[in-house]
Design a protein around this ligand. Sequence first.
Ligand SMILES: C[S@@+](CC[C@H](N)C(=O)[O-])C[C@H]1O[C@@H](n2cnc3c(N)ncnc32)[C@H](O)[C@@H]1O
Length: 447
Amino acid sequence: MSSTDQTARETALLALSACERQGAWSDGFLKKTLREAGLDSRDAALATRLCFGVLQNRMLLDFYIGKFSTTRPEKMEIKVRNALRLGVYQMAFMTKIPHNAAVNESVELTKKHCKNPRAAGMVNGVLRNVSRNIDRLPVIESDSREEYLSIRYSHPLWLVREFTDLLGSEEAEALLETDNGQPPITAQINTCRTTMEQTLDRLAEAGVEAQPHPWLPNCLVLSGTGNLEHLTAFREGLFYIQDPAARLAVEVADPRPGMKVLDACAAPGGKTFAAAIRMEGQGEIQSCDIHAHKEKLIQAGAERLGFTCIKTAVMDGKKHRPAFENAFDVVMADVPCSGLGIIRKKPDIRYKDPEPLAGLPAVQSAILDNVATYVKPGGVLLYATCTLLERENGDVVQGFLDRNQDFTLEKFQLPEPLGRAENGMFTFWPQRHGTDGFFVAKLRKKT
Ligand SMILES: C[S@@+](CC[C@H](N)C(=O)[O-])C[C@H]1O[C@@H](n2cnc3c(N)ncnc32)[C@H](O)[C@@H]1O
């Protein structure tokens, strides 16, 4: 085991512990931690795998730890708990790591980072015990199938119940399993600058494997990328990273060259960029977000991709702006949501406290009601979320329609195999479509 591997594990321990203490999002926080640790690409990949793996399996790992320890995991110091989770994860899920190394590294990390002087001995004892029993790990006993699924796939019980109510037990299990898989990285081609063929050549030169997406034109599925931001093809604005579902949301809204478009909840800018490409850079896109610090992200992306039609502003989508009334051909409301459709990309989202999420439909409805007034008669209002909960999706749309009779849902066509959304709404499911979990509704303002 090289000393650099130790740094990767140490980075993972510190990132996981800080994440748990602060409730910080894993991806952004992890990127920052990796940058500050100065790891090379191999160690950064190991630290990332460890962080994602532990988050994806946290409840299952804690179940195992609880079976082999006299102290319950929730009673342990955060760093001790995470040193144990890292050790068990490596032994149970990473076939190439010798158990001795996994145990020793966790023990050393405990000595270095944990306050209790007896903790290292406890970590050593528990992990050696797990190692001896790795081929007969305890069976999950539970009172119900939902409880079993909750521990098996490390999703809180309330979430398993939500997904089971929506999908039935069998398909809910498929979703939970997909949530713990590796998400594909998909690049959308900036067809204003290049073609898919040219981009494929440029990526091949850089050693990146890329394949055309099976059903979305001008989209590539990437692998072996390392840090994408270092690729010259990325820096030259030949593509940007976006899930097929998110790009299709913009296709549903159907912005065309010369139109005036508002992206009301825009940062970091994915839908804005998809609209700019679809509009061939012609027209005007007003790209707004409530957070001033996020405006820069949209500006940086627009500059990199070469779009001068994008204007940014800081704006609260709930507050009425008279100058915007009836001003836009297309308004996109990709509202803040619980994010439960993108657990595969942000594994810690599942551990969010569900209580504050109850307030989201009110915020979503307030944004939708307000930005609807900005749509020209005959124009399109797109409502989108990256969640799967009906109360943030169809229910918000239905409530909006009840209050706003000058809008109707409009059917739309998606590429095969997705098909047609006859009722003007469509949910993308990770386990069915291989995309993020995502919801879109297309509303048309009467003339
Ligand atoms: C789902 S994200 C948008 C993603 C973006 N459309 C994209 O495709 O890259 C929701 C965004 O809404 C912003 N937001 C939250 N509350 C808002 C509000 N009241 N008005 C405008 N933006 C808001 C958040 O800062 C966040 O950037």
